[in-house]
Design a protein around this ligand. Structure first.
Ligand SMILES: Cc1cc2nc3c(=O)[nH]c(=O)nc-3n(C[C@H](O)[C@H](O)[C@H](O)COP(=O)(O)OP(=O)(O)OC[C@H]3O[C@@H](n4cnc5c(N)ncnc54)[C@H](O)[C@@H]3O)c2cc1C
Length: 270
C-alpha cells in the first residue's frame, strides 16, 4: 500500500518531517514525560496518565500537544487535559482509532517516553456564574478537568451537565461523574442517550434521544444567567449552537472549545 492509500484509511501523515520536531518542540516548550499507565474508560475511549513535568502549571480547560514516536516517525496531536490542576499527574483521554498516532498511543507501556507541550487555550470555567455544560462523547475531557477542579477547590453556583452518548457503554468517566454529583448538591447531571437500553442511572436524570430544544430551553428557564459550555462531535456542536442561538442565548454566554469546532471557524468564541 502506498503512503497515500494508507493515509486514506489510517489518518493524517505526521504533522511535520522528523527533522523539524526539535524546532517544534522548542516552539511549543515540549518537555519529556513518562507514561504512568493507560486505562480503558469505555470500549472506544482510553485514558493516558503521564508524569507531570516539573513546574507544569495549567488551568482546567487547557489542552496540550502530546508528542509520541509512531511507526511513521514523531507525531503530535492536541489533546485536552482531562486531569485537574491539583492532580499529581496529567491525564488525557482519547477515542481509539486507526491512525499511526492512535495506534502508538494505545501501545504505550508504563515508563515509555512521551513529550508534553506547554498548556494552551482559553476554554475556562467562570466560577461566579451558574454553568450549563453541554457535551457528547470524548468532548467530556476538558469538562472532566473543570468538574474535578470545581469539586477540589469548591464552588457556590449551580452546575448542570448534559452529557450525550449513543449508549450506556459509551459514557466516559461515568462512575466518577456519578461520584462527583453524589457528593455535590449543586451539580446535576442529565444523561442523554439515543439508545437507553440497560441504563438505570444511580445519580442524575436520563433523557432519551439527543440533547434537544426542549432540554436546552429548560436549562435557560431554570438558570437564566447561566454560561453555556459546549464541546463534542462537530455535528452536535453545530446543532446545539443553532438551538441556543434560536433561544436567544447571548453569544457572550456561550463558550466553545476549539477541540471540536465545526467548519465555521470565524464564529469561534475564543
Ligand atoms: C484543542 C483540541 C483539543 C482536543 N482534545 C481532544 C481530546 O481530549 N481527546 C481526543 O480524542 N481528541 C481531541 N482532539 C482531537 C485530536 O487532536 C485528534 O484530531 C483526534 O483525536 C483524531 O486523531 P486521529 O489521530 O485519530 O485522527 P487524525 O489522523 O488526526 O485524523 C483526523 C480526522 O481526519 C480524517 N482524515 C485523516 N486523514 C485523512 C485523509 N487523508 N483524507 C480524509 N480524511 C482524513 C480522519 O478520518 C479523522 O476523522 C482535540 C483537538 C483540539 C484542536
Amino acid at each position: 500500500m502506498t503512503r497515500t492509500e494508507a493515509t486514506a484509511v489510517a489518518g493524517r501523515p505526521p504533522l511535520a518531517p522528523a527533522f523539524a520536531f526539535p524546532v517544534i518542540d522548542r516552539f511549543l516548550h515540549a518537555r519529556p514525560s513518562a507514561v504512568v499507565g493507560l486505562r480503558r474508560e469505555t470500549k472506544t475511549v482510553v485514558s493516558l496518565e503521564v508524569e507531570r513535568p516539573a513546574g507544569f502549571r495549567y488551568r482546567a480547560g487547557h489542552y496540550a500537544m502530546l508528542r509520541l514516536e509512531t511507526e511513521e516517525g514523531p507525531d503530535m496531536r492536541p489533546l485536552s487535559i482531562a486531569s485537574a490542576p491539583d492532580d499529581g499527574s496529567l491525564e488525557f483521554a482519547t477515542r481509539v482509532g486507526p491512525s499511526a498516532f492512535k495506534r502508538a498511543l494505545v501501545a504505550l507501556q508504563p515508563g515509555a517516553a512521551v513529550k508534553v507541550s506547554r498548556p494552551m487555550g482559553s476554554f475556562h470555567f467562570e466560577r461566579s456564574r451558574p454553568a450549563v455544560i453541554v457535551t457528547g462523547g470524548i468532548g467530556i475531557t476538558p469538562l472532566r478537568s473543570m468538574l474535578r477542579d470545581a469539586a477540589a477547590t469548591g464552588h457556590d453556583q449551580p452546575i448542570r451537565l448534559l452529557y450525550g452518548n449513543r449508549s450506556v457503554d459509551e459514557i466516559a468517566y461515568r462512575h466518577e461523574l456519578e461520584q462527583l454529583a453524589g457528593s455535590d448538591p449543586l451539580l446535576q447531571i442529565t444523561w442523554a442517550l439515543s439508545d437507553p437500553a440497560g441504563f438505570a442511572p444511580a445519580i442524575g436524570d436520563a433523557h432519551v434521544g439527543r440533547i434537544d430544544e426542549r432540554l436546552l430551553r429548560r436549562q435557560l428557564e431554570e438558570l437564566p444567567d447561566a454560561v453555556f459550555y459546549l464541546t463534542g462531535p462537530a455535528a452536535m456542536v453545530t446543532e446545539v449552537r443553532t438551538v441556543l442561538r434560536d433561544l436567544r442565548l447571548p453569544p457572550r454566554r456561550l463558550r466553545m472549545s476549539t477541540q471540536t469546532l465545526p467548519i465555521d471557524r470565524k464564529s469561534r468564541s475564543h
